[in-house]
Design a binder for this molecule. Structure first.
Ligand code: TRP
Length: 333
């Protein structure tokens, strides 16, 4: 990655399961467009993923698939770094250090920790608790200026900023204090079965979630079953969560405005509209799925890609880690 005065972005996604249309339209599509304007560093946060118990074969498969799928979506290794977090050991090392600059009280206030503790009551491990310090390490290692995040990560980003400010204050300016940003264009895609809930890969109802690798017929079935309302009028309005969600999805994949959509479906029923949304989504995903299969079939290319990216990332990360160690007072090697 060349040195430029472009602002630097860091973001990561966990390879914890299938990637959904919500992940794609809400975040990953932005990752792709950021590459034009920013210097982007992206990672698969597999160290974060093991805060919840994973079956080894599934973790390996999910990580490889997520890597191939993000390339297929347009993450471009000529423009950006895209690596697997556990390949860059400095993340875990800085996370340990930052743990010592993060307060028990701060971590105790994290709502995601509280939620996940309830959900995984049989495995409330220390990693789940200190997860935000690892996330801070991810960001601070690269001097990222901007961190695109979902609303659910806002509190973690705030904490990363507090840790950076604290460390800089104790020693001297070391870390760039990152700005979080929740991109305006990132649609918040809701569950097809309960449009008041965010679309989630962990939803038990298979019809609630569109996965990027779903077959066209499954995509169509899920849209046909999507929960709507009884008004039978395609218009964007309060209280029409299901239709609003479908309009958001349709608008994202076709580029049509809500007004244009309302006009297109004026006087037509929800059946027609759902079919159109299903067709548009399947057509949008078809080339991505094709590229995904090509990447998955080319293991040598995949390996070369994530290794080279990890090497470049490690070079940047090591410089920051060495600086941090010096400031703390560790004896140099
Ligand atoms: N915790 C984030 C999530 O689950 C993923 C993540 C890990 C991340 N490290 C990050 C996001 C650094 C932004 C920056 O969504």
């Amino acid at each position: 990655m060349e040195q430029t005065n472009k602002k630097r972005i860091f973001s990561a996604i966990q390879p914890s399961g299938v990637i959904t249309l919500g992940n794609y339209l809400g975040a990953l599509r932005n990752w792709v467009s950021f590459q034009e304007e920013y210097e982007c560093i992206y990672a698969l946060a597999d160290l974060h993923t093991i805060t919840v118990r994973q079956e080894p074969a599934a973790l390996r498969k999910n990580t490889m698939e997520a890597y191939a799928l993000l390339l297929a979506c347009g993450v471009d290794l000529d423009k950006s770094l895209f690596f697997i977090q556990s390949h860059v050991h400095q993340h875990a090392e800085l996370a340990w250090i930052l743990n010592c600059y993060t307060q028990f009280g701060e971590l105790s206030r994290m709502t995601q920790f509280k939620d996940k503790s309830l959900k995984h009551a049989d495995n409330i491990n220390a990693g789940l608790f200190t997860y935000p310090a690892l996330m801070a390490a991810d960001i601070l290692l690269y001097g990222a200026d901007l961190v695109p995040i979902g609303a659910d990560q806002k509190q973690h980003l705030e904490l990363a900023r507090d840790i950076a400010i604290r460390f800089n204050g104790i020693y001297s300016p070391t870390f760039t204090v990152p700005e979080g940003f929740i991109p305006k264009t990132g649609a918040r895609i809701m569950s097809l079965a309960d449009p008041t809930k965010k679309m989630s890969k962990s939803d038990e109802n298979v019809n609630a979630t569109i996965c990027l690798l779903d077959r066209p017929e499954d995509i169509m079935r899920k849209f046909k079953r999507a929960v709507t309302d009884s008004e039978a009028c395609v218009r964007y309005a309060e209280g029409k969560d299901g239709i609003n969600n479908l309009m958001g999805i349709y608008s994202c994949v076709t580029g049509k405005s809500y007004e244009e959509i309302e006009k297109e479906f004026d006087g037509r029923g929800y059946g027609d509209f759902k079919t159109a949304v299903g067709d548009a989504v399947a057509a949008h995903l078809a080339p991505i799925q094709e590229k995904f299969r090509a990447y998955m079939a080319d293991k040598a290319f995949m390996e070369k890609s994530y290794r080279e990216s990890a090497e470049k990332a490690s070079y940047i990360a090591e410089k920051m880690l060495a600086k941090v160690k010096r400031k703390i007072g560790f004896v140099g090697k």
